[in-house]
Design a protein around this ligand. Structure first.
Ligand code: R5P
Length: 299
């Protein structure tokens, strides 16, 4: 039977995984010394046990990464058989390519650390781009939130159309739209490689957008992550040129940096929804079932 370690910085998701999956939770003592250094003690025996650590990589990504290494290393040192590290939100995943010569591909470096610490598998949800992780083979698993959004969107029946904010999301949007039996449109997004600023974001097919705007009642924009809100709010603004009805913006990872909600509001977004992979107030969709399903397949 799989047992769980819940990171004290975000126990809520781990609690749901434990409850839904019926997985026992290991007792852990975690504290910080006055200078900020970490203390960790795994209180229960983990010898020959399969253990899944449930944690989020946001906020304070660097601390989360270090905690993850300490959990993994200690569990292995104490004789755990398999250690599965669940990062519901995987930090440092967006720098997944060498856009400019000499850049660090942080996405890859972080996973190397976890594997070196002893993780048998690093598991996450809707990672920014899967390709960079192929080099880790079966040691890395990216789960998908697709079914959660299909279930969420189904209630709008024939009224809905889907919106992909950029190329990176197009495949998943296509799959969700097909499953729901609804159309979709895509946007083209270009960033300045040095500053990261969005320099262009336009519908790939404006005529299709105008047609959908006329016949549909709900636009459903989905992105893997909202950070500054620049991407989503600019797409909503572009939609609003033609579409006056309901706009839903949905995100797997709701980082919601300061000012992001205001941008969505200014763009006239009707509904904001996210999952609970990071702590956020718009977490109306529970991602725990995806992790439970996967952990059960391992037990
Ligand atoms: C980038 O390609 C991602 O999929 C998101 O679109 C992006 O990271 C969102 O960031 P922001 O909210 O700052 O535009």
């Amino acid at each position: 039977m799989m047992k769980l370690v819940l990171d004290p910085y975000y126990e809520e998701l781990g609690f749901l995984v434990a409850q839904r999956g019926g997985f026992p939770v290991i007792n852990v003592e975690y504290k910080e010394f006055p200078d900020g250094e970490m203390y960790l003690r795994i209180v229960d025996s983990v010898e020959n046990e399969d253990i899944a650590i449930v944690m989020s990589g946001y906020p304070y990504q660097d601390r989360a990464i270090l905690r993850a290494e300490l959990y993994v290393g200690t569990l292995k040192d104490l004789g755990a058989r398999n250690v599965y590290l669940i990062f519901s939100y995987l930090p440092y995943a967006r720098q997944d390519k060498r856009f400019l010569s000499g850049e660090c591909i942080t996405a890859k470096e972080i996973i190397k650390h976890m594997i070196y610490a002893g993780a048998d598998e690093v598991i996450t949800l809707d990672v920014h781009s899967e390709d960079v992780y192929k080099v880790f083979g079966s040691k890395f698993k990216n789960l998908k939130s697709k079914t959660l959004w299909i279930n969420y969107a189904r209630k709008y029946g024939d009224d809905i159309f889907f919106v992909s904010p950029d190329k990176g999301r197009e495949n998943v949007i296509k799959e969700i739209a097909q499953e729901v039996g609804a159309p979709y449109i895509s946007f083209y997004k270009e960033r300045d490689l040095k500053t990261g600023k969005i320099v262009k974001i336009v519908p790939e097919d404006e005529r299709k957008l105008i047609e959908l705007a006329e016949h549909k009642k709900v636009a459903f924009l989905f992105d893997d992550i909202i950070s500054t809100g620049g991407t989503a709010s600019r797409v909503v603004k572009a939609l609003r040129k033609f579409f006056r009805k309901k706009v839903i913006t949905a995100f797997t990872h709701g980082l919601f940096l300061r000012g992001s909600v205001r941008k969505l509001l200014d763009a006239k977004t009707d509904i904001i929804v996210a999952t609970n992979t990071v702590r956020n107030i718009f977490a109306f969709v529970d991602a725990s079932e995806v992790f439970v399903r996967y952990l059960r397949s391992k037990s």
